[in-house]
Design a protein. Structure first.
Lengths: 335, 125
């Protein structure tokens, strides 16, 4: 969490959830200059409070910096005007009610600096100055919200374009059978990166517009298989995913050592995993069982001394394949 | 309840540098075995676990979970925190044990998002 209560202010509750972290990034990336209101209306020292009132009313503003000889010397806000109105003192000079030496921000500062200042000082607006201290704009919390929303909108459009392109891949290309193949090489014992390939496959499917349940099933099945590969292979292996409009085929194979007894390996609870693997939360003999519950078909082949190959398919056509009970499936597989 | 309120209930600490804590929490699942999580914890659940390696974050991503609670104050390795940061999933450390955390959250009205295995459905969205 950042230092500033963005969420508390309910500025961004409407935005898609995943963008919220991006908001915090943006607070660091965006500069005050990019979100401020440039060339603000300014007041001068010789003005009377009634003139200030009239300006605020006509221009629909609630505060303004005060310049003397082109230098920023103070700020006057609607709160000051209210104090003046309570005393029925509209004839007095602005000097009597203004705030001298106001808090300022620099145009080159990241937006987060301004946010911190709003939180710490409780002021409603901050004059923005350049490196020489010359007034270049004014900043309110509303400016920041708008600036961040605009930046998010730009982000969103970029992701939309990506998604659009990805999801239309199959419509835009004409062939008798179009498919997209994603291939990942997996190293033996590389636990730190375990799940990397599966995450990428899942993300690709989401971008291509796959239903969340489909992406989740592919993710879980591939992840279990990827971990199995990393745990058991001595020579590395490959994950190859083929995406077609009607199905996803995942082919995972390694170059050894292979499984001695495939039927035994399929049995729930059977495992040959080491203590180290168990510490990682795997190796309880449930991996293949889990996979079989997520996919529509699977085939495990292995030759001891050569390698293992697991092929699985998930159909994108019929929704009723979702959630088939696994006892029936295992029976079928054990035939 | 949102993630932020859940954190208060368990005296938790967020380990991510910046992450969204405004997601609504409806329920939880607890397990130390990642295959159990993948098999029986439904999407949107908060995972309560004693494991703290990067696979916990991967598992949460695959299963579309909302947040991860690490029990018994076990400080995870940097790889775990880095991955949670990149993937934007809240990683919460609590000094309390598994039973205590489950109890507090259950009493606060969160439901169990664990499926019994005989249901056999790993894709409940």
């Amino acid at each position: 969490m950042g230092q500033f209560p963005l969420h508390k202010n309910r500025i961004i509750t409407e935005i898609e959830a995943k963008n919220i972290t991006r908001v915090e990034e943006l607070a660091y990336d965006l500069k005050v200059r990019e979100v401020m209101t440039p060339n603000p209306v300014v007041m001068t020292l010789d003005m009377k409070m009634e003139e200030v009132l009239e300006q605020f009313r006509q221009l629909r503003i609630s505060g303004a910096p005060i310049l003397a000889n082109d230098r920023l010397i103070g700020i006057i806000s609607i709160e000051d005007l209210i104090r003046c109105l309570i005393k029925s003192d509209l004839q007095s000079k602005l000097m009597a009610y203004m705030t001298r030496d106001p808090f300022i921000v620099k145009g080159g500062d990241p937006v987060v600096e301004a946010l911190k200042m709003f939180v710490n000082t409780k002021v409603g607006r901050l004059p923005v100055v350049d490196e020489e201290g010359k007034l270049i704009g004014i900043l309110t919390k509303g400016d920041i919200t708008l600036g961040i929303l605009n930046a998010l909108q730009r982000d969103y459009q970029t992701e939309e374009v990506r998604r659009y392109r990805a999801s239309h891949l199959f419509e835009d290309i004409e062939s008798q059978r179009t498919s997209l193949i994603l291939r990942y090489n997996i190293k033996a014992g590389d636990f730190i990166h375990g799940g990397d390939a599966s995450s990428k496959i899942k993300r690709a499917l989401t971008r291509m517009g796959a239903l969340p349940q489909i992406a989740r099933r592919v993710g879980i099945a591939t992840y279990e298989a990827e971990m199995n590969l990393i745990i058991h292979t001595t020579d590395g292996g490959v994950i190859r995913t083929e995406i077609e409009p009607e199905q996803i085929s995942i082919d995972i194979f390694d170059y050894g050592p292979g499984i001695k007894d495939v039927e035994l390996a399929m049995r729930p609870g059977y495992s040959t995993a080491t203590e180290k693997v168990r510490e990682l939360g795997f190796g309880a003999g449930m991996g293949l069982v889990n996979i079989s519950r997520c996919v529509d078909t699977m085939k495990l082949e292995s030759v001891w001394g050569k390698g293992t190959r697991l092929r699985m398919k998930i159909s994108l056509q019929k929704q009723d394949t979702v959630g088939e009970g696994y006892p029936a499936k295992t029976q079928e597989k054990n035939k | 309840m949102i993630v932020k309120e859940l954190i208060q209930l368990i005296d938790g600490k967020v380990l991510n540098k910046s992450v969204d804590l405004s997601h609504t929490v409806v329920g939880c699942g607890g397990a130390d075995l990642m295959s159990d999580v993948l098999a029986s914890v439904q999407s949107e659940a908060v995972l309560i676990t004693g494991l703290c390696n990067p696979q916990v974050v991967r598992t949460a991503l695959m299963a579309d979970l909302t947040a991860i609670i690490l029990v018994r104050g076990k400080q995870p390795p940097d790889e775990t925190i880095d991955l949670a940061e990149t993937e934007g999933i809240p990683l919460i450390l609590t000094p309390h044990g598994m039973f205590e955390v489950c109890g507090r959250l259950y009493r606060a009205g969160l439901e169990s998002l664990e499926l019994s295995i005989s249901n056999g459905d790993c894709s409940t969205g």
